[in-house]
Design a protein around this ligand. Structure first.
Ligand code: UDP
Length: 257
């Protein structure tokens, strides 16, 4: 399949989606995203949530499997200021950025309110455990179904799926970075009995535990969190080289519409 496969249309009552370089992004606020998740919890089957940013979109241009997974996901959160700028340029403005690293808190709070069981998979050894403790302190009553670092390698797949099924988790955070985490979820969509929601959370558990530090709110508000992250984690410069290309491709894509 080519990386330019069209977006699967959403169900009539699904959130509005737009296409940025052929990749689906939902136009939701964080409140609407939480409302959708509540709806998913009442529906059978596993719902996949992705936190799409410009790096995801550029990776998907050359990775047909990742492209397909994003376009089939139930909810593609607009996680990046670059997506907001692109959406304006394309004449379909997104309402707001929904950062995965904010959403993990919202979802944990909802899980505590509703008694949903949360499983934290991935990140370096000890990180998921530590994040679970922090969530439980912040949201008393939160039920942690399990934590496990594991790896997205195929050799470990069955062990991880069995572990998560046995835990009777309702919600799963997968912290393997993109695209590995999103491919891992898609690969196992049919394998879970109880799970209702799985979300790829990238480095969010590192932020929750303080191993990585998010930019102050004012920096987030003016849209340069990506620059702050680059300064703090300079090894990311290679990954970020795709960002100017993202801008060029988006600028050119409007002229082709
Ligand atoms: N990670 C992991 N196993 C792997 C690769 C990555 O547990 O095989 C974890 C890593 O420890 C980090 C997260 O995945 O917690 C990816 O973080 P990154 O900051 O790269 O993700 P981003 O937020 O940029 O998507």
């Amino acid at each position: 399949m080519k990386a330019t496969e069209p977006i699967t249309p959403d169900e009539d009552d699904g959130p509005e989606a737009l296409s940025i370089l052929g990749v689906k992004v939902h136009n939701v606020t964080i409140g609407q995203a939480v409302a959708l998740v509540k709806r998913y919890m009442d529906q059978p089957g596993l719902h996949q949530v992705a936190t799409v940013n410009p790096e995801f979109i550029m990776t998907a241009q050359d990775d047909a499997a990742f492209h397909r997974v994003l376009n089939r996901a139930d909810l593609c959160l607009p996680d990046g200021i670059g997506l907001l700028l692109a959406s304006r340029w394309l004449g379909q403005p997104l309402s707001e950025r929904v950062a995965g690293s904010d959403f993990v808190y919202q979802l944990a709070a909802e899980a505590a309110n509703h008694g949903w069981r949360l499983f934290l998979l991935g990140a370096a050894p000890g990180v998921a455990d530590h994040a679970a403790e922090i969530f439980q302190t912040k949201y008393p009553g939160l039920r942690i179904a399990g934590t496990y670092p594991g790896s997205p390698d195929i050799d470990e797949n069955t062990t991880l799926v069995d572990r998560i099924n046995e835990s009777k988790a309702d919600i799963l955070y997968v912290a393997y970075g993109a695209p590995a985490q999103d491919l891992w979820i898609a690969r196992n969509v049919e394998a879970f009995y109880n799970l209702r929601i799985a979300i790829g959370v990238g480095g969010s558990l590192d932020f929750v535990t303080g191993r990585a530090v998010r930019a102050p709110r004012w920096i987030q508000r003016i849209g340069i969190e990506w620059l702050y992250r680059l300064v703090r984690e300079p090894w990311r410069w290679k990954r970020m080289l795709v960002l100017p290309w993202f801008a060029v491709r988006v600028l050119m894509s409007r002229s082709r519409q």
